[in-house]
Write a protein that binds this ligand. Sequence first.
Ligand SMILES: C[S@@+](CC[C@H](N)C(=O)[O-])C[C@H]1O[C@@H](n2cnc3c(N)ncnc32)[C@H](O)[C@@H]1O
Length: 283
Amino acid sequence: MPHDAPEPLFADVAHGIRLYRGDALELLKRARDEHFDLIFADPPYFLSNDGVTCHAGKMVSVNKGVWDKAATFEEIHEFNKLWLGECRRLLKPNGAIWVTGTAHNIYSVGFALQTLGFKVLNDIAWYKVNPPPNLSCRYFTHATETILWARRDPKSRHTFNYAEMKRENRGKQMQSLWHIKPPGPREKRYGKHPTQKPEALLDRILRASTNPRDLVLDPFCGSGTTGVVAARLGRRFVGFELDEKYLGVAAQRITDEVDARERQNSLSFEPPVTVGGEGVTGA
Ligand SMILES: C[S@@+](CC[C@H](N)C(=O)[O-])C[C@H]1O[C@@H](n2cnc3c(N)ncnc32)[C@H](O)[C@@H]1O
């Protein structure tokens, strides 16, 4: 996909899926204008400040990796302006972007989106249902993350599968408060990522705002959750990631998903096996 990019680390050409290892800022710069229908980005939140949190009943460090090391507000904002500016260039005229965050980065992301000319459509509050307790007892428990949804231009026509979302919400308009549990062990079977997003979250986002065969980019794809769900829903996908280990996990998860989908398709197209003209199915 980036037209002068290195070879993808993983490619499934038949399903339009490619994973590239590298710095998102570099890879974004090398990609073609107006190429993607949708971008989902789960960027560094810059919350690794050597503090502690609670995980599975134990006190653990909040540090996620060097890529998430706390920075000054100016540095965080400069970074957000740079990658979001490139994303805007890469979106088709009716394209849109989703960006996740917490108080550490989301105000900068929102300000950058508006400064760059995007139109913010919703600020989704993702309620994590069973969040870890706050060990310091000096704040409320952090129970939500924000996901901003914005279209490329104030007057563009973004995709919103309104009827499907309403059906999913038992006939009522879907609200911007989403109750979604963190990823379970099955989603982590090839290895853990410290900030892995649940497949259910990406499932809602991609079904709400893309159509089959749309091309989706995730510039910070980590363990590949967006790619897994894209493969499941028949969307094409490009992912960028710095860390080869996480890309390996992403490739395994996506391969499993593609295989599962193929098996499902071949089952549904198989003619029933008949016995003695009775029409008894053999499977
Ligand atoms: C918040 S995590 C994304 C997790 C992902 N949504 C998932 O479900 O696994 C951000 C990821 O971006 C990667 N990253 C950080 N800075 C990057 C950069 N400049 N270019 C590419 N990847 C980067 C990190 O290695 C990390 O895996």
